[in-house]
Design a protein around this ligand. Structure first.
Ligand SMILES: [Zn+2]
Length: 256
């Protein structure tokens, strides 16, 4: 029985000092899949380099994060995707928390990346902050688009909109935080076949590791909490989220 961490930025410089040990601890914790999303071309290439070193563990994704709209380069992104080495376009999305003044630019770039997801038949990894209504509207302009809302932090109403569109919902260590009752309520609404788990390493360490650098082996705390919240047995949750990750990202890896 193996675990899938559907979102970890293992190329981050916070791992430069001891990345090998972090990987060893992940494997010791029975993690069999780590999806490595990126934020721009440079980090995407780093994610790919990791996957080339450890093809049995890492699966890279590439895309322009809403904070990197000014770097957007369609040609370069296309060139990378044409290698056929990336399992998704991400993380991409809308984030109005810091940059409300570049809303139009974020939307435009998101649409161009959605276009590519359809062309390359790849899932999208979505980062959404304070922008759910807008992203639903844009998704509806792209029939056939599929993917995951990563690190979900929305409400019950918002998770229902996600599920209506047949997207997956990924939960991070945030569900272990005291003030996250709304998110836990949303988690209870998600049917098992739409659930994913993630660490979002090096960010968002789950309790009791909060405040430390996050790493994939800490996923066990997310799973434990999600099991408590949903009433789904831990082993079943591990199996289900693993096979959901395989299905969404079309990975050819063993189920055990
Ligand atoms: Zn991320």
């Amino acid at each position: 029985m193996k675990i899938a961490d559907s979102h970890a930025h293992l190329y981050d410089k916070k791992f430069n000092r001891d990345r090998g040990k972090v990987i060893q601890r992940a494997q010791k914790a029975k993690i069999g899949i780590i999806i490595v999303p990126s934020e721009d071309i440079t980090s995407g290439k780093k994610a790919l380099a990791l996957a080339n070193e450890h093809p049995e563990l890492f699966y890279p994704a590439i895309g322009f994060h809403p904070h990197n709209t000014e770097k957007f380069n369609e040609e370069e992104l296309k060139k990378e995707l044409e290698t056929g080495k990336y399992v998704a376009i991400g993380e991409i999305g809308l984030d109005y928390y810091y940059d409300r003044d570049v809303v139009d630019k974020q939307k435009e770039i998101l649409k161009r990346q959605f276009e590519m997801a359809l062309t390359f038949n790849l899932p999208v990894i979505l980062h959404v902050r304070d922008a759910f209504m807008d992203i639903f509207q844009i998704i509806d302009e792209f029939p056939g688009l599929y993917g995951v809302f990563h690190c979900f932090t929305g409400t019950i109403e918002e998770v229902q909109e996600v599920l209506k569109r047949n997207f997956y919902v990924s939960f991070s260590g945030i569900i272990t935080y005291k003030n996250a009752e709304k998110i836990r309520e949303a988690a209870r609404m998600v049917p098992p076949d739409r659930l994913l788990v993630e660490t979002d390493s090096p960010y968002l360490s789950p309790m009791p590791m909060r405040g430390k650098r996050n790493e994939p082996s800490f996923i066990v705390h997310v799973i434990k909490k999600l099991s408590e919240i949903t009433g789904i047995r831990e082993e079943h949750l591990i199996e289900t989220t693993y096979s959901n990750t395989q299905r969404l990202f079309k990975l050819n890896v063993g189920a055990t």
